[in-house]
Design a protein around this ligand. Structure first.
Ligand SMILES: [Mg+2]
Length: 360
């Protein structure tokens, strides 16, 4: 199966409401679609959304990396297994991980379609289903509680609460959400680097009775070396996100005293399915649990993350709610989401259905 043609397209999508975290707020997102055609008639699809504050990749850089003239080297290449092409991608697009992820997932999509298997099965499935969290951005408390009520009403059983702008308000906010949600609901928090070490310890003590499952990236990226000094019980429920971009970070964070018990892998940070599986292998060898996160993204890349997550035995947490905020996604299928539980679709590859409206 040889690649005959590559295409891309950028699409701007508004969000249902502005989405705020500790260090930024957005009201629209640019989605990059990528498609490759092969001489078998099989097509592979991928998508990207940049995360400039974390990876340094701008929308302009992503668009330039995905331009067909920049990827002409793919035309004529054979897809037997994804790895050789993905290794070349890492060499050729080192500074644009989201663009790399879009191409990487299109290669995997075509490969698994050729095998006539859902991608998770082609990679070696370890999980059939898992619940995802839904994320509450930073808003007024009443709006946050209304949104929490809405998600619980839809059947979600895990809420991820964005915090990190004001410690006192955060503690009060988490307490109110616990009161609203009851004891059966799992609560995760994400200060997005908004805490000092003292603030983190204080938050942890004050919310001890609230049974918080996970604290994501509490400290600024530059202060990661402070985490190994914390008690193991606290470290085990900390997830690294902004500190974990690629494979080198995954190795560095393993020890000798791991900074955190959980790695939050995002395809848009690490550059796709191939590097994500490398990170997963490093984490699993170090007994670090895996969480799969996302940007605000189309379900094309969310499906890619879910298939990959289900092919990794160490996967424990999903946070793949990224198309909820879109007024309208650009694709269909890839996975089902019922009562907060995600399952990959049974169709081959990523299982994505999309019209030809975007990529002629
Ligand atoms: Mg995060």
């Amino acid at each position: 199966m040889r690649i005959t043609r590559v295409q891309n397209q950028a699409i701007d999508r508004p969000l249902k409401a502005p989405f705020a975290i500790a260090y930024k707020s957005v009201d629209r997102v640019r989605l990059f679609l990528f498609q490759l055609e092969t001489d078998t008639g099989i097509e592979g699809i991928g998508a990207a959304a940049t995360d400039e504050p974390v990876t340094g990749e701008t929308d302009e850089a992503c668009a330039a990396a995905l331009a067909p003239e920049n990827l002409a080297w793919l035309e004529g290449r054979e897809i037997i297994a994804p790895a050789p092409l993905c290794r070349d991608l890492a060499q050729r697009l080192p500074e644009t991980p989201a663009a790399r992820a879009a191409v990487d997932m299109a290669i995997h999509d075509a490969w698994a379609k050729r095998l006539d298997l859902p991608l998770a099965d082609a990679l070696g499935r370890a999980h059939a289903e898992m619940p995802t969290s839904m994320t509450l951005g930073i808003r007024e408390l009443e709006d946050t509680l209304a949104e929490a009520r809405e998600f619980l009403g839809m059947g979600y059983r895990i809420l991820k609460i964005k915090i990190g702008q004001d410690l006192e308000e955060d503690i009060a906010r988490v307490r109110k959400i616990r009161e609203l949600a009851g004891r059966e609901i799992l609560l995760r928090v994400d200060p997005n680097q908004g805490y000092t070490l003292d603030g983190l310890i204080r938050f942890s003590l004050e919310t001890d009775s609230l049974d918080i499952e996970m604290i994501e990236q509490p400290l600024p990226v530059a202060e990661i070396e402070k985490l190994p000094a914390l008690p193991e019980k606290l470290r085990r429920k900390i997830a690294v996100d902004e500190n974990l971009i690629g494979e080198k970070d995954a190795i560095r964070l393993t020890g000798p005293y791991p900074a955190a018990g959980i790695y939050n892998i995002k395809l848009m940070k690490c550059g796709g399915i191939h590097p994500a599986r490398n990170i997963a292998a490093i984490a699993e060898a170090a007994a670090i649990r895996l969480m799969w996160g996302c940007m605000i993204e189309s379900r094309i890349s969310l499906a890619a993350a879910l298939h990959t997550a289900f092919a990794c035995p160490g996967t424990r947490y999903l946070d793949l709610d990224g198309d909820w905020d879109l007024v309208e996604d650009v694709a269909e299928d890839g996975f089902t989401l019922e009562n907060g539980v995600m399952r990959t679709s049974a169709a081959p590859g990523l299982g994505i259905g999309m019209g030809k409206a975007y990529l002629p």
